[in-house]
Design a protein around this ligand. Structure first.
Ligand code: SF4
Length: 278
């Protein structure tokens, strides 16, 4: 994508619902809301053709704030729900959103298999390295020495989950990292991710101002990757492993067959629905 992501006559404002977000002041998730609506506006997608699915957590409130079809679902199961939706309605643009705890802990197994299945979904994880909604416990991406949670007063003590590395190892075909301090850049990544044929994954560094106020420093140290996107998984792996997790941009993109349901699935779903009729 190039150019201004809000150049379309369909405005980002139209993609915002009338529900006022309840996020804490300064929460990075506000910027993700802005980036998602800018991306949808740029692509001029009909609102009725877009679905946004989430799990549980602060960031998983996103579907309520976007004026498209939404499903605020079960903890860690957003990708499973979204996969089912995409299988039944391949004509829809399906976005999936959530946090690092929802996506990498409770939903970790779904993440692995969504990467390798390569359905045409866009998954945005708002990563703040903490469980914000439940008052600040360590999450899978928390560094081992973060010692501010009462549950882990000496820090979690285990290496943190590396989302980009796990996505690459699991077969994802589009891997990017964005930062909420750069919402227009994040919007561009979301546009590219939606246009990518297959499973696209964006790790959006999204500070939790309440439980991780030190993440406000990210705006001083987050910077773009100093290399262009690669389609070579070995090069991508080396780049990801050499990085401190604070470089942003499209890291890896390749083309692999996109999983699509067989034509008979609609008939099977109708048969299933009939089976559940009372
Ligand atoms: Fe955002 Fe953290 Fe507040 Fe949750 S607790 S809304 S992640 S700032």
């Amino acid at each position: 994508m190039s150019g201004n992501p809000v150049a379309s006559p369909v405005t980002a404002k139209q993609f915002k619902s009338e529900i006022k977000p309840v996020w804490c002041p300064g929460c990075g998730d506000f910027s993700v809301l802005s980036a998602v609506t800018k991306a949808l506006a740029y692509l001029a997608l009909p609102q009725q053709n877009v679905a946004l699915v989430s799990g549980i957590g602060c960031s998983s409130r996103l579907p309520a704030y976007v004026s498209v079809y939404g499903f605020h679902g079960v903890h860690g199961r957003a990708l499973a729900v979204a996969s089912g939706l995409k299988a039944a309605r391949p004509d829809l643009t399906v976005l999936v959103a959530g946090g690092d705890g929802d996506g990498f802990s409770i939903g970790g197994n779904h993440f692995l298999h969504a990467c390798r299945r390569n359905m045409n979904l866009t998954y945005i994880v708002m990563d703040n390295e903490v469980y914000g909604m439940t008052k600040g416990q360590a999450s899978p991406t928390t560094s081992p020495d973060w010692a501010k949670s009462m549950l882990t007063p000496h820090g979690p003590g285990v290496p943190s989950f590396n989302p980009a590395a796990i996505a690459l190892a699991s077969g994802a075909t589009f891997i990017a990292r964005g930062f909420t301090g750069k919402p227009n850049d994040l919007a561009k990544l979301i546009v590219d991710a939606i246009q990518h044929p297959g499973f696209s994954f964006i790790q959006a560094l999204s500070p939790c101002t309440t439980y991780r106020p030190e993440q406000n420093e990210w705006k001083k140290i987050v910077r773009p990757f100093d290399a262009d996107v690669t389609a070579d998984p070995i090069e991508a792996a080396q780049r990801i492993q050499a990085d401190d997790g604070l470089s942003t941009g499209l890291i890896y993109q390749t083309r692999l067959p996109v999983w699509q349901p067989p034509n008979s699935i609609s008939a099977e779903i109708e048969q299933l629905e009939r089976g559940f009729q009372i």
